[in-house]
Design a protein around this ligand. Structure first.
Ligand SMILES: CC(C)(COP(=O)(O)OP(=O)(O)OC[C@H]1O[C@@H](n2cnc3c(N)ncnc32)[C@H](O)[C@@H]1OP(=O)(O)O)[C@@H](O)C(=O)NCCC(=O)NCCS
Length: 321
């Protein structure tokens, strides 16, 4: 058995492993949109094969503009009737080495329940078993929310807004640092602890910047009377959906329902963008299951939980040993 990148002329082989024709269509569509956005590349799609027969496949994913992969997606090995452990260990082992060679420090893989397009992740227990045997560790569980239509809550009257362009980058990053204090989101908290609040905010901003958005979508909110900073909202448009990338309220303003105003403003921005664009992209957002105030705010604002996502991460030592 060997693992090899398929490159542009061999993508059929990669897609073929998706199973039913309907699944193949979904995978093709997903690859097209990811290639166009710069989140995936044909040479980042790998197959494991034996005597020219494909046994499994997996691909790298990253944020647009980054040279190193951040995650693996579209993982499939013979889950039902084959040596999924043997094939998966070899395939993932090889591509993790490849990721290390490309400069990746860690690689993530997410598992969505229930299985859904385009990954259709059936056999979750077997997937976890395989991931853990390769050194992946559970990091965070999120609830996935989707806008269910209708009118967004009324746009807030009591707040005034400044866009990223009006506020300036430094003020915006500083606001991101302030609203991230005391977050119940495990990933954001751990980044703050690891990098320090200022650097974590800057890196979060730089990551967000790689996701498509209009600068006018990102806004700081101030209280009407004194003009103190209340919080911020950052809508964005990844390839397959529209999202609230980040929303936050400064610690001294929490517990007054300001999140509802920010979410209403962000949702209205996304619906406006969707109305102007083609197609009917869904509005989706993830939040840590531990972030109960955030989840409750999504529900109040007309979003509904439609799935759960578990994130697994493997650290890649610089020396493969
Ligand atoms: C999540 C967040 C936006 C909620 O904003 P908010 O305007 O305070 O929300 P609410 O007013 O609805 O608060 C509801 C309750 O949760 C509490 N609460 C809010 N944030 C809290 C936090 N980080 N830690 C503990 N309790 C919190 C409030 O005090 C309030 O409690 P009460 O009902 O006893 O008064 C805010 O906590 C925040 O900015 N967190 C950091 C950034 C973040 O995690 N963003 C979401 C990531 S996607």
């Amino acid at each position: 058995m060997r693992t090899r990148p398929v490159r542009a002329d061999g993508l059929d082989l990669f897609v073929e492993a998706a199973g039913s024709p309907e699944h193949r269509k979904e995978v093709e569509r997903y690859l097209e949109s990811m290639f166009a956005a710069g989140s995936m590349r044909p040479e980042w799609c790998f197959v494991a094969e034996k005597e020219d027969r494909p046994l499994g496949r997996v691909a790298f994913w990253t944020l647009p503009g980054m040279e190193e992969p951040l995650a693996v997606v579209l993982l499939d090995v013979p889950w039902e009737d084959g040596d999924y452990v043997g094939v998966g260990t070899r395939l993932l082992g090889d591509v993790l080495n490849e990721a290390r060679g490309l400069g990746a420090k860690e690689i993530e893989h997410v598992l969505d329940t229930p299985p859904m397009r385009p990954q259709f992740q059936h056999h979750p227990e077997k997937r976890v078993e395989l991931l853990e045997s390769l050194g992946f560790a559970f990091r965070r569980e999120t609830a996935r929310f989707e806008w269910r239509g209708g009118e967004p809550l009324a746009e807030p009257g009591g707040l005034s807004f400044r866009t990223l362009e009006e506020a300036g980058e430094d003020a915006f990053v500083d606001a991101m640092r302030r609203v991230s204090e005391g977050t119940l989101d495990r990933e954001i908290r751990e980044e703050r602890e690891k990098l320090g609040p200022q650097r974590a905010a800057r890196e979060f901003f730089e990551d967000a910047r790689r996701v498509k958005h209009e600068p006018s979508w990102w806004r700081l909110a101030y209280s009407g009377r004194e003009g103190d900073l209340v919080g911020l909202v950052m809508p964005a448009e990844p390839p397959a959906f529209l999202t609230v990338f980040y929303v936050g309220v400064v610690p001294e303003m929490r517990g007054r329902g300001y999140v509802d105003d920010l979410l209403a403003a962000g949702t209205a921005t996304l619906l406006g963008a969707r109305a102007e664009g083609e197609g009917e992209k869904p509005l989706r957002a993830d939040t840590d299951v531990a972030n109960a105030p955030m989840a409750a705010a999504f529900e109040r604002a007309g979003w509904r939980r439609f799935a759960g996502r578990r994130e697994y991460v493997v650290e890649l030592a610089s020396d493969p040993g």
